[in-house]
Design a protein around this ligand. Structure first.
Ligand SMILES: Nc1ncnc2c1ncn2[C@@H]1O[C@H](COP(=O)(O)OP(=O)(O)OP(=O)(O)O)[C@@H](O)[C@H]1O
Ligand SMILES: [Mg+2]
Length: 349
């Protein structure tokens, strides 16, 4: 069941999802507090779309990804996949669902076992799901070709590959079982700018070919702008704004989104001179002790007294589902040039 009561409207949905990591201290390792890494996230993902997820370091993006995949057990909340709350599933049920939910990690160096051949790395999920040896080898070679590597790379080791090629191996492993959803956690952040574009374009091609749904996590707002249909912005464990890509980039409502966008360099020097940067003051508060009221109020350029004691709900502010959690939203965000649809992503765009 989706948030508005209709089953099957969304492929994936989280409801009031929370991850509060205990902070232990002292000889007896008593819990003295909690890091509220994810603190009540409602997110809906439609079939076939790419939902971009952005926000500063430490705002809870990776933790949210891990909660959806049940790599962490949530403190509270629900995760619906194809209409069923998978947080209630036992191991056997979870095993079945897991083939449909895959992840690509940021660091293609750390995420591939250096002692395993590329063939066995990609074959791992196939073996776990009981393929036969012959079939597995054929499938791995097919996957290598799909991601732009050669089937002859089968017996090589990860260190023999460049960063971009290693990320292709990570992609091959993620698509091995024909999943429905792939969570890409900063899949290109560790790569050279020129290589980033190739991996982003590969992901976009695969999405079309295999009807994939992506959650695409990144720091780089230009990459997110290129690949996403909708974008969600996180701050201190919560989603503070979500909208269609163009809407969010051209008319941001939340002052936090506005400041993030104003920091993107514009290649045209004339436009660059015209626009106003919104520089945030202060550091991100600790998720162990988030500010009361609107958690952004300590850094917000539009803060009013009301914001210090009241929590703004993530509410629909406009037609077409644009939602933001702000009592005093930005009226007209700065205009940033329209991205041209379906052109390949170019480095430094
Ligand atoms: N296993 C853990 N135990 C305790 N605290 C954790 C754990 N994992 C993450 N955290 C904390 O939760 C918060 C969110 O971390 P998370 O890694 O989800 O952020 P992020 O948005 O992915 O950051 P980045 O952009 O740097 O990858 C941080 O304060 C982090 O220190
Ligand atoms: Mg992260």
């Amino acid at each position: 069941m989706s948030a508005n009561g209709q089953a099957g409207e969304y492929l994936l949905e989280t409801r009031d999802l929370k991850m509060h990591f205990p902070i232990k201290a002292g000889v007896f390792k008593r819990t003295v507090g909690h890091v509220k890494a994810v603190d009540g996230v409602d997110l809906q993902v439609r079939k076939g779309e790419t939902l971009g997820l952005v926000g500063e370091s430490g705002c809870g993006k990776s933790t949210l990804a891990r909660l959806i995949l049940r790599l962490h057990e949530a403190t509270a909340g629900e995760v619906f996949f194809e209409g069923e709350n998978i947080l209630k599933y036992d191991r056997r049920q979870m095993m079945k669902v897991r083939r449909n939910l895959q992840i690509i990690f940021q660091d293609p160096y750390a995420s591939l076992n250096p002692r395993m051949t590329v063939g066995s790395i990609i074959a791992e999920p196939l073996r776990t799901h009981k393929g036969t040896t012959d079939n597995i080898k054929r499938r791995v070679q097919e996957l290598l070709e799909i991601v732009g590597l050669s089937p002859e790379h089968y017996n090589r080791y990860p260190h023999e590959f460049s960063g971009g090629q290693r990320q292709r191996i990570g992609v091959a492993r993620a698509i091995a079982l024909n999943p429905k959803v792939i969570i890409c956690d900063e899949p290109v952040s560790a790569l050279d700018v020129s290589i980033q574009a190739q991996v982003v374009n590969l992901l976009m091609d695969l999405q079309k070919e295999f009807d994939l749904t992506y959650i695409f996590i990144a720091h780089d707002l230009s990459v997110v702008k290129h690949i996403s249909d909708r974008v969600a912005v996180m701050y201190l464990g919560r989603v503070v704004e979500i909208a269609d890509r163009n809407q969010l980039y051209n008319r941001p409502l939340h002052p936090y989104t506005n400041s993030l966008l104003s920091a993107i360099p514009i290649p045209d020097p004339k436009l660059e001179r015209q626009r106003q940067r919104v520089v945030l003051t202060g550091d991100v508060p600790s998720p162990a002790n988030p500010p009361p009221g609107c958690t952004f109020h300590t850094r917000c350029p539009r803060v009013q007294d009301y914001c210090r004691n009241n929590v703004p709900p993530l509410e629909r502010q406009e037609e077409n589902g644009h939602r933001a959690s702000c009592f005093f939203p930005v009226v007209s965000g700065q205009k940033i040039e329209e991205p041209t649809a379906s052109t390949p992503y170019k480095a430094g765009e």
